[in-house]
Design a protein around this ligand. Sequence first.
Ligand SMILES: Cc1ncc(COP(=O)(O)O)c(C=O)c1O
Length: 324
Amino acid sequence: MTFDATVNPITYEGGEPVFIDTEADTWNMSPEALRVAFELYPDVKLIVVVHLYGTPGKIDEIRKIADEHGALIVEDAAESLGATYKDKQTGTFGDYAVVSFNGNKIITGSSGGMFLCSERADADKIRKWSTQSREAAPWYQHEELGYNYRMSNIIAGVVRGQIPHLEEHIEAKKRIYERYKSGLSDLPITMNPFDSSNSVPNYWLSCALIDEDAMASMVRGEQDYLWNHETSKSSPQEILDALATFNTEGRPIWKPMHLQPIYRSHAFVTVNGNGRGQSNAYISGTMTDIGADIFRRGLCLPSDNRMTAEQQDVIIDIIRRCFK
Ligand SMILES: Cc1ncc(COP(=O)(O)O)c(C=O)c1O
């Protein structure tokens, strides 16, 4: 369960992604399903792991599995800048890691991002590839394929100007999360979870998950949906429509990659529902995997730092009315 930018680079490079189910504790990669995936695909040499919505995943367990199988980790910390796991920042656990400064992130330069690595030689190589692979010759000399992935100095300036405000942004996001948590506490809703004994999220996006027995009927096609109002119940699409009526933007949970038309013929490994092993939730028509279930019952709440407490109270009231 992630945004497809986590996966596309695997395909750019001719790789074949095998999708791993989500776990319920942090909504990130399930180490248990990952372990089963290595039984099925022992030759895989790369794990791409994301910290969704700014919540650190179970990175120690994933690192242990990676080391047992001699696999490298690319850590997608695009959404989690400033979040920590066992007091270490996300983006420092992978062999390589990325952070995004896209317009919607906790620190933004409107677009762009950071690639993180620990070896000087890797940094030099990546800097070279990202600037069309120019060799150190007096003329434009090209001996390997290059890319235009460099960051402009203007964006770098905007990003550097915001870095000193990271903690402040995290505090604001945390206040938003806590306000939703207490404001929605008497509804059949839980907030996106995190492992409070090991991690501190950056609270980038506040999300809600509707209890199964409070789910009103809702169906989704590929690009459209239908919902019914039912007393004391609601659904993500009903709430999102209600918010939109008040010119307020929420979002569905990121639709898992194994359910996406572009990727759903790929292998998907879950340990939930049908027992251990491989399943394709879309083809079998089951909704037993955890990612699909969170997509069905969850939604991203408006989480902009500029939202006032009064505006957030209106949002909470709109959600409350959906459950009447
Ligand atoms: C989880 C995740 N990975 C990768 C990206 C891609 O980052 P960028 O837009 O900077 O390419 C994003 C968001 O944009 C994201 O949310």
